[in-house]
Design a protein around this ligand. Structure first.
Ligand code: ADP
Ligand code: MG
Length: 388
């Protein structure tokens, strides 16, 4: 789960990480009012979308007067912002952050991520703030410094000082960096983050450190522990099918291919995607209906797949262990009744109640291609999609 920059900054403020004063606004008039309340200017108006690269795309603008803040906010609100992270379709801006502009002397980069290799939180820092870190990693990896955190000890002041020295900081800035880095680590742990990126962390002309941009990723499986985070979720920023799926307890991730997959079990879902690829096809989604899915849940899953305009064929691949094949079959028939099924459907059923499941499908009168085994199923759906 992701949140907007203004929400991220509110969390950081709570944990004592310095951020500029600012306020979210939904129209030009309130942007002007908030600018006046915030101070004398200049201000920065920032489009709030769940994507970076806004600066280059025209989503971060400097304003010298409150009237200018209003004008910029008005122009930004409602516009479709395209950045290298939004894809060509872009994202519509529905809210802006108006915040105090600061005198930037230097832009740094800091992030915390869970490093799967060491199974630990790792701090990454670089002198190349404001740039894409992927680019820095590819071209000048020596400019990225990392510190791995021992979970029992936490991020120590010693490690923070080491990072500060690597970044070339001296004098009072070293202690300020220790405080910022430890604040970020505290935030990361307390909020069950999967990543926290400050790009840029700036040194101001007044020798202060400020987090000028903030990006959070939260572990979806821990969001329930943080009711406040749930309230910050912006469904407009998420894939509507994924939102619908999560409301029915389905693990669904939308992909770019054209073969819809309905599978039970995450491992089988991965294997199904692999075998589709192996036979030259391209999956439209990952979907795990779970072990104990009901007819209603299977129906919803089927409807979600069918609502994806890219889907040109569906592969149902079920191994009935806990899940019973007749439940899946009934769900498929139910869904096909509720939504017109106008793409080829290949079904591979195996396991508990498989005979009854096959009967239900055969009696339904639906145009279903039965398959024996995964390879057969994958070949059949790939061929059917190519043919149509
Ligand atoms: P993005 O990463 O989406 O492009 P940022 O929030 O990082 O957006 O802003 C891009 C750039 O705009 C920053 O690197 C910084 O130079 C400048 N900037 C952002 N916020 C402010 C601010 N409050 N005051 C001064 N400059 C800012
Ligand atoms: Mg940024």
């Amino acid at each position: 789960m992701n949140i907007h920059e203004y929400q991220a900054k509110a969390i950081l403020r709570e944990f004592g990480v310095p951020v500029p004063d600012g306020h979210v606004c939904y129209n030009g008039a309130s942007a002007r009012e908030w600018a006046k309340r915030l101070g004398e200017g200049p201000w920065v108006v920032k489009a709030q979308i769940h994507a970076g690269g806004r600066g280059k795309g025209g989503g971060v603008k400097l304003a010298r007067t409150a009237d200018e803040v209003r004008k910029i906010a008005r122009d930004m609100l409602g516009m479709t912002l395209r950045t290298h992270q939004t894809g060509p379709e872009g994202k519509v801006v529905t809210r802006v952050l108006v915040e105090n502009g600061c005198n930037i002397a230097n832009e740094l980069y800091v992030s915390l991520v869970v490093d799967r290799g060491s199974s630990r939180v790792t701090v990454m820092a670089s002198t190349e703030g404001g740039m894409d870190i992927e680019e820095v990693a590819a071209q000048t990896p020596e400019k990225i410094f990392t510190e791995t955190v021992d979970p029992l000890v936490g991020l120590t002041a010693f490690q923070c000082r080491k990072i500060a020295f690597s970044l070339g900081l001296g004098g009072k800035l070293v202690n300020k960096a220790v405080s910022v880095l430890q604040g970020l680590y505290k935030t990361f742990i307390a909020c069950d983050c999967s990543m926290l990126e400050i790009n840029p962390l700036v040194i101001t002309a007044e020798d202060e450190l400020l987090a000028l941009d903030a990006k959070f990723g939260f572990d979806d499986n821990a969001v329930f522990r943080h009711p406040k985070l749930g309230d910050m979720r912006d469904y407009d920023e998420e894939d509507p099918n994924e939102v619908e799926a999560s409301q029915h307890d389905l693990s669904y991730i939308s992909l770019t291919g054209n073969i819809g997959c309905l599978v039970n079990g995450a491992g089988l879902a991965m294997a199904t995607m692999d075998i589709i690829k192996h036979y030259g096809g391209d999956p439209a989604n990952f979907l795990d209906v779970g072990g104990g899915a009901t007819i209603e849940r299977v129906t919803e899953a089927f409807k979600i797949i069918l609502s994806d305009k890219n889907v040109q064929g569906i592969l149902v691949n079920i191994f009935g262990g806990i899940m019973k094949c007749d439940i899946i079959a009934t769900g498929v028939v139910e869904a096909a009744k509720q939504v017109s099924l106008n793409v080829p459907l290949v079904v591979r059923l195996e396991g508990t109640n498989v005979a009854r499941g096959k009967e239900i499908l055969a009696e339904s009168g639906l145009n279903i291609v039965a398959a024996d085994g995964m390879a057969d199923a994958a070949q059949k759906i790939v061929q059917a999609v190519v043919a149509c």
